[in-house]
Ligand binder design. Structure first.
Ligand code: UDP
Ligand code: MG
Length: 329
């Protein structure tokens, strides 16, 4: 039997904020209304990702008036995932939830998501129902969701929802950083955690603009795919085999071309020349592709391993009430 109970579990909600001044007051009212109904032990960490539209003052106001609010101000705009990552670094709740600050997500959906987690799951992701986004964005998203579903073996509908609930141990174990959080569902599944989706509502953006253009979205989608494929599909053994086969094939290709050439030179070849060139050339070409893919995979792995160490100091200021219910030891 599951002894855990939503009334004793602590919850940290991490909210990335970039130029959402018009959305913050309503979002805050909703959070204030919903969170006490989930657990008495909650806090909200707003990460101000270099906003220039007055969010800083609004957030500081929330902080002065409310013990359950923590704020991280970043030096400049680093992007949503680096902003979330900074929030995760200080989040103390047993459950860590993420939520967009543009009112496209509804804090009311947090309750059912936390309930699902308490049922025995490790990561609960919000599956956006009736997505309220431009058509092009929905289509691109469908395409990438489809490819990820086919290639990773984790069968979900919506891999990139901004609303998720993680058990703290999942974030610790995955040890992700930067954009890799976007794939937390896939990585968590690969590491044996129980991942599930729960339907959530989705609202159109009423104030402010989406921070991503069509072009950035497509570019990000493609690089996302490469990251997933290289990090998951190209494990050490496969990468090694790719290198070995690359060398064997290029080696045979070069030998065939060389023998073909020698046979011609000594005048022993009668008609085998063209076939030799095609076979040797093809082997050389395929082998070179293997080596090239290995090189790209190496670069990805190298980049991801060193990225964390190279991470810059993003934080300008952290505001915390150390005696709030999640923070007090
Ligand atoms: N966001 C952020 N930094 C950025 C871009 C976005 O913190 O550089 C936040 C933004 O304020 C919002 C969430 O990330 O709360 C999702 O951004 P947006 O609504 O622009 O993305 P979309 O819903 O269009 O995918
Ligand atoms: Mg949005």
């Amino acid at each position: 039997m599951n002894k855990e109970n939503t009334k004793t579990i602590s919850l940290s909600v991490v909210v990335p904020v970039y130029n959402e001044a018009e959305n913050l007051p309503e979002l805050f009212l909703k959070l204030e209304e919903v969170l006490p109904g989930i657990t008495p032990y909650y806090d909200v960490i707003f990460v101000n990702d270099g906003s220039s539209d007055g969010c800083e003052e609004i957030l500081n106001g929330f902080f002065s008036d409310n013990d359950f609010v923590s704020i991280i101000h970043l030096y400049k705009n680093f992007g949503k995932t680096p902003a979330l990552e900074q929030g995760f670094e200080i989040a103390r709740g047993d459950i860590i939830a993420t939520l967009d600050s543009d009112l496209q997500n509804d804090p009311a959906d947090l309750g059912p998501m936390v309930d699902k987690l308490v049922e025995g799951y490790d990561l609960v992701s919000g599956m956006r129902q009736g997505r309220q986004d431009p058509r092009g964005k929905i289509l691109t998203s469908r395409l990438f969701n489809g490819i990820i579903r086919k290639t990773t073996g984790l069968r979900l509908m919506d891999y990139f929802s901004g609303m998720r609930c993680y058990r703290k141990k999942v974030l610790k174990a995955l040890n992700l950083y930067g954009d890799l959080y976007r794939f937390a569902l896939v990585f968590a599944h690969y590491d044996g955690f129980k991942v599930v989706e729960v339907p959530i509502s989705h609202n159109p953006r009423r104030h402010g603009d989406s921070k991503y253009s069509k072009y950035t979205r497509l570019k990000r989608g493609l690089s996302d795919l490469l990251i997933v494929l290289f990090t998951i599909k190209f494990n050490f053994r496969r990468n090694y085999l790719l290198g070995v086969w690359g060398l064997i094939l290029t080696g045979i290709g070069i030998t065939v071309l060389f023998l073909n050439y020698m046979i011609r030179i000594i005048g022993a070849g009668t008609g085998g020349g063209v076939v030799g060139i095609i076979v040797g050339g093809l082997l050389l070409f395929v082998g070179a592709q293997f080596l090239l893919i290995k090189k790209i995979a190496d670069n990805f792995v190298f980049h991801h391993q060193t990225g964390k160490n190279k991470r810059k100091k993003y934080i300008k200021e952290i505001l915390i009430h150390p005696d709030n219910k999640v923070w007090e030891e």
